[in-house]
Ligand binder design. Structure first.
Ligand code: SF4
Length: 368
């Protein structure tokens, strides 16, 4: 998709500021500091859709804010709805780049044991540098980090398109959240702020491809959000082929970091495991997976692979196929026999390219 390149706004980015920063902004434009707390609540807790809508503020202040502050850091460019109710949003940023966000009615196919949820999967970067071989976002390369405001705004705008409240949030969209750690955590602080309470911390999950420094930082800061690791392989050889980041941080190093995280936070860990035919779906994989995941209390989300239309697949990308339905269920059964806690993730929205690893496919998102 070709996009015109709007000039970045000269107005101050007001979304994504924490209360103290918002107060400083008010002082900088000559407005009373105490108004900042009022505006903070209106932006997030009551989700005002413009400065003009904040009618409890004096008209002169509303006008001043509209002149000096940017209300929306991103615009909805396209919305698609899947047959299963999943919605995919294409958002255009102020610099013309594009990202995708997915709203999923339920993450699990095991409805009987899963509560009703509405989960938002948000992006944290434009593109990604990590080059995982099963992921469409990787083909975009890394363009830039999203600001805290651009991260928060994905939820605010998606909420307008649902009559049910968003109950869960996963940082599993485009980008590696640990490589944009400060902005991601700032967004978390806004979502969970006592004056906002959009989400409880335990309803937020950060999924990493295996950034050991970030895992240890989350542990040291005793972050209350949940942690997931995209594992996808049980040997360093295969994992390095699928996820080049494994060259930097081996499975052993990752296991050590997760143990450190668990000792500090007491939080169990979720492992994400996409099944690829003939590569990671055998009995020995199930046994190795059990050994890897028993180091700390954990569960494993097993995810079906949905093929990606690479233009010129090469190397391992050319070998990626979904495991057959029978082999998929045998693998789950084997894990359960080995006492591994397993959930089947449905990869909702595959008909609109909104499933795991597919973001950036349908609109040719380029990151400009
Ligand atoms: S799977 Fe995640 S970390 Fe890997 S390339 Fe895709 S967006 Fe980046």
């Amino acid at each position: 998709m070709t996009t015109t390149q709007p000039k970045p706004s000269s107005k101050h980015a007001i979304k994504g500021l924490l209360p103290g920063e918002l107060a400083e902004f008010f002082v900088s434009i000559g407005e009373p500091k105490y108004r900042a707390a009022q505006v903070f609540k209106r932006l997030y807790a009551q989700q005002a859709d413009s400065f003009e809508a904040m009618t409890e503020l004096p008209a002169a202040l509303r006008k001043h804010l509209a002149e000096t502050a940017e209300f929306r850091p991103l615009e909805l460019a396209h919305l698609q709805q899947s047959a299963d109710g999943t919605k995919k949003f294409l958002f255009r940023l102020a610099d013309g780049r594009e990202i995708e966000t997915v709203l999923i009615p339920s993450e699990s196919v095991e409805e009987d044991c899963a509560p009703k949820r509405l989960t938002i999967c948000v992006s944290t970067q434009v593109g990604c540098a990590l080059n995982c071989k099963f992921c469409a976002t990787a083909s975009l390369k890394m363009k830039r980090n999203l600001t805290a405001g651009e991260i928060v705004e994905q939820l605010l705008q998606a909420q307008h398109h649902s009559d049910k409240p968003i109950t869960n949030l996963v940082f599993m969209g485009m980008g590696e959240p640990m490589l944009n750690y400060d902005n991601v955590m700032k967004a978390v602080e806004i979502f969970t702020h006592p004056d906002v309470q959009l989400l409880g911390a335990r309803r937020i999950t950060l999924s990493t491809a295996g950034m050991v420094e970030g895992i240890r930082k989350m542990a040291d800061e005793n972050r209350a959000i949940k942690l997931a690791l995209s594992l996808h392989a049980t040997t360093d050889g295969l994992r390095t082929e699928l996820m080049p980041i494994n060259k930097k941080h081996s499975l052993r190093e990752l296991g050590d970091a997760l143990e450190y995280y668990y000792r500090k936070t007491g939080s169990p860990v979720t492992y994400e495991y996409i099944l690829f035919e003939g590569l990671n779906d055998k009995d020995e994989d199930a046994r190795r997976l059990q050994r890897i995941t028993r180091r700390v209390p954990s569960k494993v989300n097993v995810i079906p692979f949905h093929p990606i239309d690479f233009t010129n697949p090469s190397g391992i990308s050319a070998q990626l196929r979904p495991t057959s339905a029978d082999a998929f269920h045998d693998f789950i059964k084997r894990l359960r026999e080995l006492d591994v806690t397993v959930m089947i993730r449905s990869s909702s929205g595959k008909d609109i390219h909104a499933a795991c690893g597919q973001l950036a496919l349908s609109h040719g998102v380029e990151g400009a």
